[in-house]
Each structure stands twice: as C-alpha cells, then as structure tokens.
Design a protein around this ligand. Structure first.
Ligand code: ADP
Ligand code: MG
Length: 739
C-alpha cells in the first residue's frame, strides 16, 4: 500500500517478530501488589507496635509522630533495597493534570569519606520540591514562594523501576492546596463525617463511611510511526485536521469485537504491570470507535482509586511505547467518531456494606437507602452547574454535548423502581406516612425495592449521572482528567446535603415526639420521611429519564433551572458562585482564596491549550498543507499545458475541463486557508493583550476556537483531491486501523 511506504508503520516490525510479554507464570493473585508496600509488607518489615500505629493512622486518620515515621521509613527502605531500589520520590498531582515527581537517591556522606544509604522519617514525611513552575494561580507568589509535599499514608508507597514512590499532597507554605489530593482528602473526610452522622439514625454502631470510586478508562491506540508523522497529535493530543475515513464506526463492529493481537499483547503487559502495582484490573474490551479500548479495575476507596488511575495513565503510556503504540488519552482525538470518557462509578459504604444498595430486608434499611439516594440527588441538584465545572476542560468540551457523550447538562437517571419509590414517598400525605410508618417504630411496605437488585436493565446511556443498582455513574468525566476534580465536587455536594438533611431532621424530631406521644411511633423516622418528602419535591428538576441528546431536553432543562451553559470558561465560573464557596468553606474543603487561585489556573490552562492548537494549526496549514496543495496544482497545470501541445485546442479544452476545475478549487481553498490563518494570527494577537485570565479565556473560546473549524473544513476538502502520495499527514483510515 502506498501509504505504508509514505510512513513507517512501526506495527510492521511488531508483526514480524513474535511478541513476548514479560508474563510471569504465576496467577495474578500471586503477583498482585508485588511492588506495593501494603499491609502484608508492613507487617513483615515493621515492628509490631509501629505496624499497629500505621494501621491506626490509615484507618482512623490519627496523627503520625516522628519516631513512628522514622521506624516506618527504615522498614520501607529495607524492603525497597531488597528490590533493587536506589531512589525515592515524593509523587504529587499538580493542577496541570498528570503527576509530578523529583527523584533523590538514598545516598548520603557517611562523614568518613564514604557513602551510606539513608532514609529518615523526615524525608518520608515532608519535602520541598523546587516547584515554583507548577501552576498555583498566584497563591505562592502572593504568600510564600515555597510549596511542600507531605506524605499521604492512606495511599501506600510503591516501586517503579529503581524508585520508591511516595504519594503526597502538595501544599503551599501557608497551607493552601496546590494539587488535587489535598482538597480530595478534605472532601472525603467531610462526606465521612456527614454520612456517618446520618447513618446513626439507623445504626448507632456505624463507625465510618467510605466513598468508593470505580473508574472506567477509555483510550485510543495509534501506531507510533504514524503518530510521529502527525505534529498535531504530538503537540496537542488530537488531530486538528483529517477527513473522515470511509469506514469508521458505522458498522458497530469494533465494540466488544475481538481484540487485535498486537493490542492484546499490550493489554496483557499493561495489566501485569498494573496488578503488580496493586491496581485491581478487571475488565478490558474494545470500545465503540476503531482503535478505542477500555480498561476498568474493581472499585476502591476514592483516594486510592484516584491515585491508581493517575498511575495507570502513566504506566499505559510507557507500556504502549514498548509495543510500538502511542496511547491517546485526549477526550476527542478524532472528529466524527466517538471520543473517550472515564465513567466514575461512585458510592458510599460503611463498615457494614454499600449504602446505595437496596437491601430490602428491613424497613430501616430501606429508609436509609432512600435517604442516601435522595440526599445524593439534593447535592447534585443544588450544585449541578458546579459538577459540570468539575468535569469541564478545553479537551472534554469537544466531547460533551456531542451525540456520543452525556449532554452538557447534569441530570440524573434513576430507573423505574427507584423513581417509583421516590414518587411513593413524595405522594404519601401525612396520614399515609403514619400508616406506612406503622406501629412498631417503622414498617415501610414498598415491594419495589427488593426487585432493584435484579432489574437494572433499563439503563439510560445518555444520562450523565445514572443510578445503576448499587452506585451512581458520573459519566461526564473526561478520559484525560484527574478523577479527583469530579470526586471533590461530588463528595462535597453530598456531604453538604447530608449535613442540611440532619439539621432539618433534628429540628423536627421534637415536634413529632409531641404529636406521636403514646402512639408507639418513632418520631425520628417520621421526621426523616417528612424531610425526604420535601427534598424529593425540591430536587425533582434533576431527575430526567428521557433522551439527553434531544433538543427538547435542552429547552426543558433550561425551564427547570438547570445549568445549560456550554462555554467552558464560563462554566468554570460556577466554582466562584456563592453557593459553591459556602459549601467548600463550610466543609473545610477549599477556601475562597484557593478557589479563586484554582480558577485562574483553569482559565490560563484553557487559553494555553487553544493557543497551542491555533499555532499548530497555523503552522501545519502554511508549512504542510498549502505547499503540497500548490505543488499538486503545479503538476496539474503542467499537465494542462502539455495537453494543449498534443491535442487540438477544442479537444484539449474538453480534456482539461476536470483538471482546470481542480486547479481552480485548489487555488480558492488555499487562498481561503491563507486568509483565515492570517485572521487567526491577528485574533490571537488581540486576545493575548487582554488583561485577566477569565477575559482572555473567553476571547479564545469565542473568537479563536471557532476559526479552527473553518480552516479545517478547507483542509479536509483538499485532502480529498490532492494526490494521495503527496499528502503529508497520515490519514484517518491509516491512523484508525491497527495493523
Ligand atoms: P459498565 O461498563 O457496565 O458500566 P464495568 O463493569 O465496566 O461496568 O465497570 C463498572 C465499574 O463500577 C467497575 O470499576 C466496578 O468495580 C465499579 N463498581 C461496581 N459497584 C460499585 C460500587 N458500589 N461503587 C463504586 N463502584 C462500583
Ligand atoms: Mg459504566
């Protein structure tokens, strides 16, 4: 094939030699967590008293003192050295997406002219990375230049190659969060406290409530050689041009299809690496678009799940290169086919089980189930604009609202049974409540609930926040995103709803005690049902079981008062709404100052991404596309001239008709591209002078980004007429079908 001669397909090399994967012969259960300093290893490498203390720190968040830290560090170093480790690093999640690390070796002068390996509790617990170039939205420049990283003992350290990796939070000297992990930990604490208190209405024994996250990572693979020939993919993560392939996903033949051999080998090695790092990989399959795949682990506690997702994304990139692939995590690498997301399956559980699971055994459990469903919806309803902001980015903006991903409106699908349950509670009037609350404390006769377990078949794929049996799936999260962003907003919103709920219930209990005196009814449960009825009515606008892609829904959602904004920089403003600031501050998750600083970073990042795309598009247009189109045009011109020399004028005119049309089309299209690129450059110059990150981002969104489409349109038309052997970029059909 001509194309394979034009570009070196790395895959060819992989086809020739059989792929060997470093597959240990053991079962996954035997090498799971091999590279993690988990409880087993702690037990082996730490003195018993230190081990007990560490478990207390991990499970109950107690403080870790210096002596214990020293002992833990010593045990860690021993384990690490037995595994050939020479370096350690504090690993953190700056606001740039991705992770950051700076490696230090264990060696120190021994004071006798030699070297020894050393690793103290101090080095484990805290470091000052020279991190002045990480975005901070100005927090550090205004307050204190230094930022430091501090160990998060709830996420275990692990080994990558020769380095001991220590998960940390990254905060400024004055305590502001400069990363995702610090506010996430605070949000998880807030939801734990609030949910535990609400659980006590039903079961005073509950000690804590854990937030769970099961992410489903979608991604594309492209051949490394073809990737290298696409400067747009290389520099922006997506293709800025490229005509549709004649065949793409219209046959629906990729989804759940057989996984290509070369990809299978990649997946296998990736899973082994991930399992060794303690990531409980479970599911892998092809996705809807050609070359698109998904990997999902078993859900874990949210903080750990977030770390594991960040880790997986970097391991993926590394392993892909070993197999001659590049992994694309961008939400929309190719126009015209599906983009990639990362469903965040979320639930709360106690030491006694998942809270969003309808057990249907006792009325109390059923009421608890209803409480957590309704209060989750309350949080999502009240902060629907903020939740959208939490998943929004320049890259995810391409995917939302298109007919493949959730619409840019947050709503929730509950399915028939749960909807009926809520309707039932809502419609019951006060007397009914007395009736179905029963005589012996509480008896709620709702036959629908047990069936929930069986029937979650009526799934609504267009819903951005769907209940699926024992969890909610937040589907709007982008494939490239740090899940922490969505998890901070969601857990905070639910925590706040639960706090409000408890306040209202507590305030009503005395009133019901009076009313129900001598009846044997439980005032507490009556108060709960009373508040739930009210809340079910309040949050009703968030419930939507219809087609989220339809235009009617957009109109209907606006009528219901849901946030329907589609401009990315404007959506970020939701972080600075009074309601958002109040929520984050009251739960101690983030201060107004932190929120403001973070928004500066978000707007700046947005602008930079569009700016880079604009420059790449301009360069490619002028240096790749126009010269090639012009050179093909010259070929055609020469051909036209020669036809005139060999054929009589009339005949030549007739035979030249098609070429003349092409010549004209090329001339027109290249001239248009040239003008539009000039306009793009001019618009950028204007935007760059704008003061203030918000206004600048708005200019990039409103005036610059829309110009990409018009330029691309012309280029994609040229791609169809210019000689294939001259076209300078691998085409969609080459990029999208793995060989
Ligand atoms: P699907 O593609 O059908 O949505 P998958 O099996 O691919 O489902 O992924 C579902 C994800 O949800 C997995 O990570 C799974 O562990 C996770 N999950 C299952 N139950 C819960 C729960 N109660 N809380 C959080 N995540 C859950
Ligand atoms: Mg899912």
């Amino acid at each position: 094939m001509a194309n394979e001669l034009r570009f070196q397909v790395v895959g060819e090399a992989f086809k020739k030699k059989p792929l060997s994967v470093v597959a240990p012969n053991e079962k996954p259960s035997e090498y799971f967590g091999l590279k993690v300093f988990n409880r087993q290893k702690m037990y082996k490498y730490l003195p018993k008293s230190v081990y007990d203390k560490m478990i207390d720190v991990i499970e109950n968040g107690t403080r870790l003192d210096r002596a214990v830290a020293d002992a833990v560090a010593a045990g860690m170093m021993q384990w690490a050295q037995e595994n050939g480790v020479t370096h350690y690093t504090h690993w953190f999640q700056p606001l740039t997406e991705g992770t950051a690390e700076k490696h230090d070796s264990f060696i120190e002068h021994d004071g006798k002219g030699g070297m020894i390996e050393e690793f103290s509790g101090k080095l484990l617990v805290q470091q000052e990375p020279d991190a002045s170039s990480f975005p901070s939205g100005g927090i550090r420049s205004t307050f204190e230049a230094r930022g430091y990283s501090a160990w998060d003992p709830t996420s275990p350290v692990f080994i990558m190659d020769d380095t001991l990796i220590i998960p940390t939070v990254f905060i400024s000297y004055s305590g502001e969060a400069l990363d995702y992990k610090a506010p996430l930990l605070r949000a998880l604490k807030a939801v734990n406290v609030a949910a535990t208190e609400v659980c006590h209405y039903f079961d005073p024994e509950v000690k804590k409530v854990v937030s769970n996250l099961g992410w489903e990572q979608e991604y594309f693979l492209v051949d490394e050689g073809l990737y290298a020939a696409r400067p747009d993919l290389l520099l922006t993560g997506r293709t800025l041009m490229g005509h549709d392939s004649a065949k793409n996903q219209q046959m629906d033949d990729h989804y759940f299809g057989a996984i290509p051999e070369r990809v299978q080998a990649f997946m296998k090695e990736l899973e082994i690496e991930a399992l060794e790092l303690g990531i409980p990989c479970k599911t892998r399959h092809n996705e809807v678009a050609p070359n698109q795949f998904e990997l999902a682990p078993i859900f874990e506690e949210t903080n750990l799940a977030v770390d594991h997702n960040m880790l997986l994304m970097s391991v993926m990139k590394k392993v892909a290169r070993k197999h001659g692939f590049r992994v694309l995590l961008h939400e929309k690498p190719f126009a015209g086919i599906n983009g990639s997301g990362k469903h965040n399956n979320w639930s709360l559980s106690t030491d006694t089980g998942v809270l969003l699971h309808a057990p249907g055994k006792t009325a109390e459990q059923n009421l608890r189930f209803a409480t957590f469903i309704v209060e989750t919806l309350m949080g999502v309803y009240k902060h629907n604009g903020l939740l959208k902001a939490s998943i929004m980015s320049a890259t995810n903006a391409h995917r939302l609202g298109a007919n493949e991903a959730p619409p840019a409106i947050i709503s929730s699908f509950l399915g028939k049974q749960v909807s009926e349950l809520l309707d039932h509670i809502e419609k019951a009037d006060k007397d009914d409540i007395l009736a179905f609350a029963g005589k012996q404390g509480m008896k709620m006769d709702i036959p629908e609930i047990p069936e929930l377990l069986i029937d979650n078949t009526d799934r609504n794929r267009t819903s951005p926040f769907a209940f699926t049996g024992n969890r909610f799936e937040f589907r709007a999260v982008g494939s490239e995103a740090n899940c922490a962003s969505a998890m901070i907003a969601l857990n905070s919103a639910v925590a706040e709803a639960l706090v409000e709920f408890k306040k209202k219930v507590d305030a009503r209990i005395p009133e019901f005690e009076k009313k129900l005196a001598g009846t044997g009814h439980s005032a507490k449960f009556h108060a709960i049902i009373d508040v739930l009825r009210e809340d079910i009515k309040t949050c009703k606008p968030i419930r939507f079981d219809g087609n989220g892609y339809s235009d009617e829904w957009k109109a209907e959602a606006a009528k219901r008062g849901l946030d329907t904004e589609t401009s990315c920089p404007k959506i970020f403003e939701r972080y600075l709404d009074d309601a958002s600031i109040k929520m984050f501050e009251s739960l101690n998750v983030m201060t107004k100052k932190e929120l403001e600083a973070r928004n500066e970073v978000k707007w700046e990042t947005y602008t930079k991404k569009i700016q880079i795309e604009a420059r790449v598009l301009g360069d490619l247009s002028m240096n790749h596309i126009i010269p090639v189109a012009t050179s093909y045009q010259s070929q055609l011109l020469r051909n036209v001239e020669r036809m005139c020399t060999v054929f009589p004028a009339e005949k030549a005119k007739e035979l030249n008709a098609r070429n003349l049309k092409l010549i004209e089309e090329i001339a027109q299209r290249t001239a248009t591209i040239e003008t539009q690129v000039e306009e793009l450059v001019a618009a950028r110059k204007v935007a760059n002078k704008i003061e203030g990150e918000f206004k600048k981002a708005i200019a990039y969104h409103d005036t610059i980004a829309p110009m990409f489409d018009t330029i691309r349109y012309q280029i994609d038309k040229l791609e169809l007429i210019v000689d294939d052997s001259l076209w300078p970029l691998p085409k969609y059909r080459e990029l999208l079908f793995i060989r």
